[in-house]
Design a protein around this ligand. Structure first.
Ligand code: SF4
Length: 316
């Protein structure tokens, strides 16, 4: 039986970013150093496959610190945590390791600096996402105002329009964020912000790659988790860039083959927390049904690497 031809456009860059890679290595190092169980507050990165793999090695995932026994080490996820979390761990004399991505920590530092300079903070982010919760939690309660849409800007009730600054979640849509920033600047011309927004290199590059290939694809699949902000944004970016079918899949088993009937081309990318093995699995699933020609669409080269501590130390 002959299989139909299919061009598979593979986005580059795609998949793991430096912050995710570092966070996973930190959990593996902790397991090596202290043995199982090692506790991890929140999914270390938003990917079930990664979390299940670490769980098999002895990591225990919890949502709150009070679920961890005081005599076992605990790791804070790549998304960052409110200041109160390490403070509580220290108070309970727990051993903890912070796997917050350095690019998220950078935003925390920015927010604290603006606050020290007497500016009220506005955060552009998604309510309830752990990164937003972590960044807002760098300052005393009520000090950070959250906006999710340009419409929210109109309802902001600020202390002094001349003393305002903004930060953003690192995994937002570039285009949506630009609209919100424009609305903020229009209403509060004195507002201070980062040079660009705080959206990280990995989010930016993955979105740009999707934008470049989406118009040529009959369909687009994004390998990623339903709770992964940057993965969901890739689906939206693909749809907005002209791809009539853009879908998030966790792995090959999630592909809706009936929805793909008749396609001649498919775009494939992966969010920053999706491992290569799942992308390979999806490619193999296409090879089983189509005569696949893979074309890589490269829009940026990435060589970012974050230092993983050589030895995990107990906090003083
Ligand atoms: S997506 Fe960006 S901010 Fe988040 S872990 Fe990766 S590099 Fe860090």
């Amino acid at each position: 039986m002959t299989t139909p031809p299919l061009t598979l456009y593979l986005a580059a860059p795609r998949g793991f970013c430096a912050g995710v890679d570092r966070a996973i290595k930190i959990v593996e190092m902790a397991l090596e150093k202290w043995g199982a169980p090692v506790y991890v507050r929140h999914e270390i990165v938003h990917n079930k496959f990664v979390v299940d793999g670490l769980r098999d090695k002895g990591a225990v995932f919890v949502e709150e610190l009070d679920e961890c026994p005081p005599d076992r080490p605990v790791i804070f996820s790549a998304h960052g945590v409110p200041k109160a979390v390490p403070a509580e761990a220290a108070e309970r004399e727990m051993v903890y390791v912070d796997a917050t991505c350095p690019l998220v920590s950078k935003v925390h530092i920015e927010a604290a600096r603006h606050h020290e300079n007497g500016l009220q903070m506005v955060m552009i982010g998604h309510a309830g996402h752990p990164e937003t919760v972590g960044t807002m939690g760098q300052l005393p309660e009520g000090e950070v105002l959250l906006v999710e849409t340009p419409e929210d800007v109109a309802h902001l009730d600020v202390r002094d329009p001349e003393k305002l600054a903004f930060v953003t979640q690192t995994t937002l849509s570039l285009d949506d964020t630009a609209e919100i920033v424009a609305a903020l600047k229009a209403r509060f011309p004195a507002i201070v912000g980062p040079h660009k927004e705080d959206i990280c290199y990995a989010t930016t590059n993955r979105q740009e790659a999707v934008k470049a290939m989406a118009p040529d694809c009959d369909a687009l699949l994004v390998v990623g988790a339903p709770n992964s902000s940057n993965s969901k944004r890739l689906v939206e970016v693909g749809a907005r860039a002209g791809c009539r079918y853009a879908q998030l899949v966790q792995r090959a088993a999630d592909i809706d083959w009936r929805a793909l009937e008749g396609i001649r081309s498919i775009g494939l990318t992966a969010g920053a927390s999706a491992p290569d093995v799942l992308i390979e699995e999806v490619i193999d699933a296409f090879r089983a049904r189509y005569d696949v020609t893979v074309e890589t669409v490269t829009t940026a080269e990435e060589n970012v690497e974050f230092k993983v501590p050589r030895v995990l130390r107990e906090p003083a």
